[in-house]
Design a protein around this ligand. Structure first.
Ligand code: 5GP
Ligand code: MG
Ligand code: MG
Length: 197
């Protein structure tokens, strides 16, 4: 596996440090939004509903939620856009069999979690579907955002890292469903995928 890596873009230590900051920011925003108890002024913290997008967000969400001391439900969605050996988007579509969204989300504070904002198609689609279920608030949190106009144009409240417009793997992100278990975020040697292009 190591021999397929071109270079490490983001190290495990950088991820850990950034996740501490990001979790604090998310937590502080939720507290700031919470109504206060009329008797003693302490915030009444609402439950939150996390919507991780499978499969790429699995490592990110596992590490992020253990830094968030909040009462939360987890409702996964599965969206495919880079099937198999694709290294560019083929258009986002929901996999209903792996999606666990409730009928309605009235009163829920929803946070969408995904691995990477690239064309923005996935996030746009997920936001549309969730917005129709009428949540109280709807925010998004991405591990990575590529420096391309479509990604920068899509509204997203929390971004862990901005990266160059390159195909990356590791820390949940795959190539042909491999490499998700790499602890760091890396680029792949072109010879690994150029036969599939
Ligand atoms: P978008 O819909 O914004 O184009 O892309 C979102 C999805 O495409 C991501 O959730 C991810 O599954 C896949 N994707 C986009 N860019 C990359 C990349 O650089 N590496 C990998 N492994 N997947 C990517
Ligand atoms: Mg994805
Ligand atoms: Mg993928």
């Amino acid at each position: 596996m190591k021999q397929d890596i071109e270079r490490v873009l983001i190290t495990r230590q950088e991820i850990d440090q950034r996740l501490d900051e990001l979790a604090k920011q998310i937590y502080d925003d939720i507290i700031a939004d919470s109504p206060s108890c009329p008797d003693n002024g302490t915030p009444i913290i609402p439950d939150i509903t996390l919507v991780p997008i499978l499969t790429g967000s699995i490592i990110f969400v596992a590490d992020l939620i253990r830094r968030l001391p909040l009462k939360m439900q987890i409702r996964v969605m599965s969206v495919t856009s880079y099937p198999g050996t694709a290294t560019s988007t083929k258009g986002a579509s929901v996999e209903a069999a792996l999606t666990r969204l409730p009928e309605r989300l009235d009163g829920h504070h929803v946070l969408i979690i995904d691995d990477i904002l690239d064309s923005g198609n996935t996030l746009k689609l997920v936001k549309e579907i969730i917005a129709k279920k009428n949540p109280a608030t709807l925010r998004s949190c991405m591990l990575l955002r590529k420096q391309r106009p479509e990604a920068l144009a899509e509204a997203c409240e929390y971004i862990a890292f901005d990266i160059p417009d390159e195909f990356v793997i590791g820390y949940g992100l795959d190539y042909d469903d491999y490499y998700r278990n790499l602890p760091e975020i890396c680029t792949l040697k072109p010879e690994v995928y150029e036969n599939d292009l």
